[in-house]
Design a protein around this ligand. Structure first.
Ligand SMILES: [Zn+2]
Ligand SMILES: [Zn+2]
Length: 256
């Protein structure tokens, strides 16, 4: 069958053999519901998981790129996570070969994000395993653990050194907000557009700064909102770098 789209009823579930097929490619045994969405990437549930996986992948990649590892020196973040890049790496990893039907490249790229989201539901470490298989081979479990020697950075949240940790923190905050919204029962029928709208409200700078101020997170270095928001993001990013991704997500979760 040539690559394309497909109509007809959605796959209902995944049996043990289906899950094993998915696990073979992902490197992680994901739950039945998510495995079905990997095999038949269509419909609302697929779009929602893709939406969550997109945020999760950004956080995993941002943390991997901390400290500019040699494997990423010639690559921008976008070079790793663009649709075109994801379609190529997914093809190479054999993702399309285990699916129920052959998606075209854009859909295959979306399916990669779904795979990362499915791993994310197991654990952030499992999402890293999936991203290492399907996105960038150098992404490794160490990326999400606390970094060796990074504890020295804890005092380093200087006003002029916020950009790098804030980049990580921003991605971790988005992933944390996405987790919260994806998991809310009352939003379980909402599509990715509505989820994105809700996430923007959570991440709204004014709201975040109010919570940060109430939590005593803001330094007394000035009043410019952009700079203060950089401080908040850098704080979350640094927790993720020093103590690991799970700790960073927990820190971000205090903002909602
Ligand atoms: Zn890299
Ligand atoms: Zn400052």
């Amino acid at each position: 069958m040539p690559p394309g789209s497909r109509t007809g009823p959605l796959r209902r579930g995944a049996d043990a053999a289906d899950r094993a097929r998915v696990a073979e490619v992902l490197g992680v045994d994901v739950d039945e519901r998510d495995a079905a969405l990997v095999l038949d990437p269509r419909g609302l549930a697929f779009q929602r998981l893709e939406w969550q996986g997109d945020s999760a992948l950004d956080a995993v990649v941002a943390l991997h790129r901390w400290g500019a590892p040699a494997c990423c020196r010639a690559l921008a973040h976008e070079d790793l996570v663009s649709d075109a890049a994801l379609a190529v790496t997914a093809q190479r990893a054999g993702l399309a070969d285990v699916m129920d039907w052959r998606p075209d490249p854009p859909r295959l790229a979306d399916a990669v994000e779904t795979c990362v989201g499915a791993g994310w539901h197991v654990s952030p470490e499992a999402a890293v395993t999936v991203a290492g298989r399907l996105v960038h081979a150098e992404i490794a479990p160490e990326d999400v653990a606390g970094r060796e020697g990074a504890a020295d950075l804890a005092d380093a949240l200087r006003c002029d050194a916020l950009a790098a940790p804030a980049h990580v923190g921003s991605a971790v905050m988005e992933a944390s907000a996405a987790d919260l919204l994806y998991g809310r029962d009352d939003l379980s029928r909402e599509d990715e557009g509505e989820l994105s709208r809700r996430r923007a409200l959570l991440l709204d700078g004014e709201r975040v700064l109010q919570v940060a101020e109430d939590s005593g997170w803001l330094p007394g270095c000035g009043l410019h909102p952009h700079h203060l928001l950089d401080h908040v993001q850098a704080r979350v990013g640094l927790v993720a770098v020093v103590h690991g991704l799970t700790a960073g997500l927990r820190e971000a979760g205090r903002l909602w």
